[in-house]
Design a protein around this ligand. Structure first.
Ligand SMILES: *Cc1c(COP(=O)(O)O)cnc(C)c1O
Length: 712
């Protein structure tokens, strides 16, 4: 008997596991049923399947003869869930009984699940997907936001407006977690002035599970119900209470679900309260003393720090900390000073605020930055916590970030890899050998594929700009002018990232005359597509966006410089798949890693970047372009003048000539050679498979196997 008698039910089954988000053939099934509705529902299968009637879906599926493909997808998902011959089983067996609990304030899995803001969340999403692919036992723990992060709209003056939309939970692939009796679980964090309650939700990400906590329950009072409304919204008090739910609430939820993690991985300091709950259990339930319990919790905790920017580290005053965690201190017999000292570099400095990163460093035996350079910078930054040690002896290592290849790769490239590397090319992603077959890929074929992807991206950008014009109230005719933007053959530069000051989105605009010359060269035209959000409180960032939008309207840049609103995973995916060149010009060494450029590599785009973050260890002179040589000046204006000179230099002398140097068939062979060098030397190293394998070997196995009297 068929478990799912109708196509509609089979598709619902597929929609219920986020596994579909990295399987283009499943996405294609949904899209092909009704491309317009698929787009209108923001590529959300739950919403899509609800927008159509079950009988229409069955009829369409029959008409399109999708039966075989639907059955195949269902079988593959079922096989994945059953399969026990995984990398994880062979290499990380100790995690089977006590899995990794991966805590993160955001998870970026797909544009239709708005519980992320940017890079940190996308990294977490990629981490969980990879755990599923490799069969590494891991449970994600995060928060379910009612509104998520803001949607960006630009008004007629190019000023950013933040729009918060209520997420319809019925249209998300999540379900309430229930206890043994089938009752929905509500957890309680016993804080003051009153206990905080949260509902527990579950989502399936292939083989992995994601647990999400939601404070919007009737058991909470009105104010507390809003704690998980927005990501990174509100004041410090709201933030510390969110972090209480994430860290301590997350630990309580795991226990209620019968999950006893052997490793706590804190993705950024937001969740650093989690190991305190471990300490509490060992003291209250096992009778351990405080020092021993802290030592034990630390051996099981892995902490990844993500930024050298000071403002990126949460700091709280003593009153807020005591209000939130005083109850715990009292139960453990700690004085306020003892509690505070856990988050202070200098415990006797009463003016020093409580810093979540310091707490995380003190409560973890395995700490790392996210690139080799960032490891270095972090050791320097936190040397003061180990003042008796030399900088290189500070116990902070690094695991360079990587990206989940199948989530970011264009289907066109996927098929090329299948043909030239082998059908199972994606299972061997973590090693260099897997990619050797790429050498056989003919230049013209790769170039043709890339051109096609550029065309598709330009179509996407035109459509988005038209849509945004209409939303802003432009006439249909005005909005339709978007279809004349951009040239499908021109060298296309992409720049998409948060508008944080250190990322210097307007470095290119330092000399408008120069820029105009670059874009308006009749023989060798260049065009630029930009996107990115400024933090709601960052007026400076918003002014930069406005400056760019004004430039897009200037005659000399019009049609050649385009700003795409509302950067998210969907926009990102389109851009990284179609650009020729990805530009990255942060103030070194403030970009801890950066991952968007890694997504570009897989799709054959080239990086042009300051030697910061991942690019400092990735660039080898043949696989992309470098802006400058890593020089650091002590004052920012001098640095920016220098970097701008280097940028103009590399664009004029290397990038543009190489791109427009064509053979008789119109193929830029030297450029294509660089594309191949990029893929060959970088794709495997900066894949999340390599990243997760590093975490397993360098941290998870040691943490899981650490002596513990008993996993609490
Ligand atoms: C990949 C990604 C990021 C992170 O990219 P950076 O290079 O760190 O800026 C941010 N936002 C979105 C939507 C992404 O897809």
């Amino acid at each position: 008997m068929d478990r799912f008698p109708s196509f509609h039910e089979k598709l619902r089954h597929l929609a219920n596991n986020l596994w579909w988000t990295w399987h283009p053939e499943v996405i294609e099934l949904f899209r092909s049923l009704d491309p317009a509705v698929w787009r209108q529902t923001n590529h959300n299968p739950e919403a899509f399947l609800k927008a159509l009637s079950p009988s229409d879906i069955d009829l369409r599926a029959k008409e399109l003869d999708l039966e075989g493909r639907i059955n195949y997808a269902v079988r593959r998902l079922d096989e994945l869930l059953k399969n026990e011959t995984t990398w994880g089983n062979a290499h990380a067996g100790t995690l089977l009984v006590h899995p990794v609990a991966y805590f993160s304030a955001e998870f970026g899995l797909h544009e239709s699940l708005p519980i992320y803001s940017g890079g940190l969340g996308v990294l977490a999403g990629d981490h969980v997907k990879t755990a599923s692919d490799l069969g590494v036992p891991l449970v994600g723990v995060g928060l379910l936001y009612a509104q998520g992060y803001f949607r960006q709209r630009l008004d007629a003056n190019g000023w950013q407006r933040e729009e918060y939309r209520e997420t319809n939970m019925d249209l998300l692939p999540i379900r309430r977690a229930t206890d043994r009796d089938g009752d929905p679980i509500v957890i309680e964090v016993p804080t003051t002035p009153r206990p905080l309650k949260a509902a527990v939700w579950k989502a399936s990400v292939g083989r992995a599970t994601l647990i999400l906590l939601d404070a919007d329950v009737p058991e909470n009072d009105e104010e507390d119900r809003t704690l998980t409304t927005r990501l990174y919204g509100g004041d410090s008090r709201m933030r510390i209470r969110q972090e209480l739910i994430l860290g301590i609430g997350g630990m309580i939820a795991l226990r209620r679900l019968g999950i006893r993690p052997g490793v706590l991985h804190l993705n950024e300091g937001h969740s650093a309260f989690a190991p305190l709950e471990w300490v509490r259990r060992l003291m209250e339930e096992n009778g351990m003393d405080f020092e021993a319990a802290v030592r034990d919790a630390a051996t099981h905790t892995v902490f990844t720090t993500h930024t050298p920017v000071e403002a990126g580290h949460d700091r709280f005053g003593p009153e807020l900390l005591w209000e939130s965690l005083g109850w715990l201190a009292v139960r453990l017999g700690l004085t306020p000073a003892q509690l505070l000292s856990l988050g202070r570099v200098n415990p006797s400095d009463e003016r020093e605020p409580f810093t979540m990163t310091v707490l995380a460093l003190k409560l973890s035996r395995h700490a790392n930055g996210v690139s080799a350079l960032h490891g270095h910078v972090s050791r320097k930054m936190w040397n003061r916590l180990w003042s008796d040690r030399r900088e290189r002896e500070v116990p902070i290592g690094h695991v360079t970030n990587g990206v989940h290849v199948q989530s970011w790769l264009a289907p066109t490239m996927f098929r090329l890899y299948e043909r030239f590397i082998g059908k199972d090319w994606h299972t061997g992603l973590g090693s260099r050998e897997a990619w050797a077959g790429l050498a056989e890929l003919p230049d013209d074929e790769l170039w043709e594929a890339h051109q096609l992807m550029r065309h598709r991206m330009i179509e996407f950008v035109r459509r988005r700009v038209e849509e945004q014009g209409r939303i802003r109230g432009e006439s249909a005719k005005q909005a339709a002018a978007a279809h004349g933007l951009l040239d499908k053959q021109a060298l296309t530069i992409g720049f998409a990232r948060r508008f944080a000051t250190y990322k210097r989105a307007t470095l290119m605009f330092s000399d408008l005359e120069w820029l105009s010359g670059l874009l308006n060269d009749p023989e060798r035209p260049v065009q630029i597509i930009m996107a990115g959000k400024a933090h709601p409180q960052d007026e400076g960032g918003k002014r930069l966006i406005q400056e760019i939008v004004e430039a897009t309207r200037d005659k000399q840049f019009h049609g050649k410089l385009v700003f795409v609103e509302d950067y998210d995973i969907g926009v990102g995916r389109h851009l990284v798949q179609g650009v020729d060149l990805w530009l990255n010009n942060p103030l070194r060494p403030l970009e801890a890693c950066g991952t968007s450029g890694q997504k570009v590599v897989l799709n054959g785009g080239l990086n042009c970047s300051v030697l910061d973050g991942w690019w400092a260890e990735a660039y080898d002179g043949t696989n992309g372009f470098a802006i400058g040589n890593g020089e650091v000046f002590s004052d920012v204006p001098t640095q920016s003048r220098h970097d701008f000179e280097c940028l103009t230099d590399v664009l004029e002398r290397e990038v543009v000539p190489l791109f427009y140097d064509r053979d008789e068939a119109g193929v830029p062979t030297r450029w294509v050679k660089r594309m191949k060098r990029g893929i060959l030397t970088l794709a495997w190293r900066f894949s999340s498979n390599r990243m997760l394998i590093d975490y397993v070997n360098r941290a998870y196995l040691a943490a899981a196997g650490a002596v513990s009297c008993e996993i609490p």
